[in-house]
Design a protein around this ligand. Structure first.
Ligand code: HEM
Length: 80
């Protein structure tokens, strides 16, 4: 299965994630930003460790399935 940024990855982020991180310069819904390998790795590190989204935000940490989906998107060559 091909994992696509638009269909599979963007929906993993809540509007709160997108708004708060955009204010800090990380545009989670922007393909050209997210498909840079360094950026994708940093985001992967945050969601797989549970550092992001912060527990203080009231959001749950990502499920293992969501983390694996993000990983599969990276391994699949960052398909749009
Ligand atoms: C490049 C990776 C990321 C970095 C370096 C990063 C860094 C930060 C920092 C420094 C803050 C403000 C301080 C804090 O509340 O801890 C923050 C807030 C936040 N981040 Fe991230 N973040 C990243 C990715 C993400 C991702 C992938 C998500 C969602 C899945 C996310 C969701 C949030 C939310 C919801 C807040 C606001 C928390 C609040 O105001 O209650 N961030 N992030």
């Amino acid at each position: 299965m091909t994992v696509s940024f638009k269909s599979d990855i963007v929906p993993l982020f809540t509007s709160m994630d997108i708004e708060h991180m955009s204010a800090l310069g990380a545009r989670l819904d922007d393909y050209s930003f997210m498909s840079r390998p360094g950026t994708a790795s940093l985001v992967y590190e945050q969601v797989s460790s549970g550092k992001m989204p912060p527990s203080t935000s009231g959001e749950q940490r990502w499920s293992e399935g969501n983390v694996q989906l993000f990983r599969a998107w990276m391994d699949g060559g960052y398909q749009p």
